[in-house]
Ligand binder design. Structure first.
Ligand code: C5P
Length: 237
């Protein structure tokens, strides 16, 4: 039986605010209103130049913030970046699973911000890993990397809902899990390969889900977000 942490259903939905600039970001925050309490801001917004303006706006509106910059560099550089982010009102930030030294340096610099390690991207499957010289099923690689992250003091992992059964069996319930690659209506034929729907993710022990295009491309995005929150509420009981 999967144990669910005491996190309200609405706070378990993290909306991927993958837009290029502040005006589009604000339009989405206004459009989604109270339906979304937690926002993930990533590389597209960073490259657009409005990253910290949007971060400050989210904080001003009382939203939780997930900084998804997937840090990956030598330990000292990653530690410096984590230290800078930890001075801001950020709930989660991501680092790639790399050397233990890098993960430990990140963990030591995180302050009260929590770090999630990216294990295997949900856009990568077994063949993609093999082409990179990494053998094994994605779920096995996820467990190996998640163990390394946990032992280095990282708070949780980003993984596919498809990886969760292996992960929870191997490493128990303590690691936080955030799962992208959520496709409420089944595979969408886009870049995400290892997808699950909302009830499946929570039945398998996800703490959070990250959802972008299924909300952004919906006819009524706010209603789509509300439907997902309702599905989460019924899945976690
Ligand atoms: O649009 P979609 O629902 O696929 O958005 C998923 C989001 O999660 C994107 O912002 C993507 O960068 C992020 N992500 C992911 N796989 C990971 C880590 C993050 O898809 N392993």
């Amino acid at each position: 039986m999967t144990r669910h942490r005491n996190i309200p259903a609405r706070e378990r939905l993290i909306f991927a605010l993958d837009v290029p600039n502040r005006s589009e970001a604000i339009a989405w925050i206004d459009r989604l209103g109270d339906a979304v309490a937690f926002y993930k801001i990533g590389l597209e917004l960073l490259a657009g130049g409005d990253y910290f303006a949007v971060l400050d706006e989210l904080a001003k509106r009382g939203k939780q913030i997930f900084v998804d910059l997937k840090l990956h560099d030598v330990p000292a550089t990653v530690a410096g970046a984590v230290r800078g982010l930890a001075r801001r009102p950020v709930t989660f930030a991501t680092v790639h699973c790399d050397s233990r030294a890098m993960l430990e340096a990140a963990a030591a610099a995180r302050g009260s911000m929590r770090l999630l390690a990216v294990t295997v991207l949900t856009s990568n499957d077994r063949a993609d890993l093999a082409a990179l010289g990494v053998q094994g099923e994605p779920a096995e690689v996820v467990v190996q990397r998640a163990r390394l992250a946990r032992d280095a003091g990282i708070d949780g992992v980003v993984c596919s809902g498809a990886d969760l059964p292996h992960l929870r069996t191997a490493l128990g319930e303590n690691l936080l899990t955030a799962c992208p690659g959520i496709r409420p209506a089944g595979p969408a034929g886009d870049d995400q390969k290892r997808t699950v729907d909302v009830p499946t993710a929570f039945a398998r022990g996800a703490d959070y889900i990250v959802v972008g295009r299924p909300i952004r491309n919906a006819d009524d995005p706010r209603a789509a977000a509300e439907t997902i929150v309702a599905q989460i509420a019924s899945a976690i009981g």
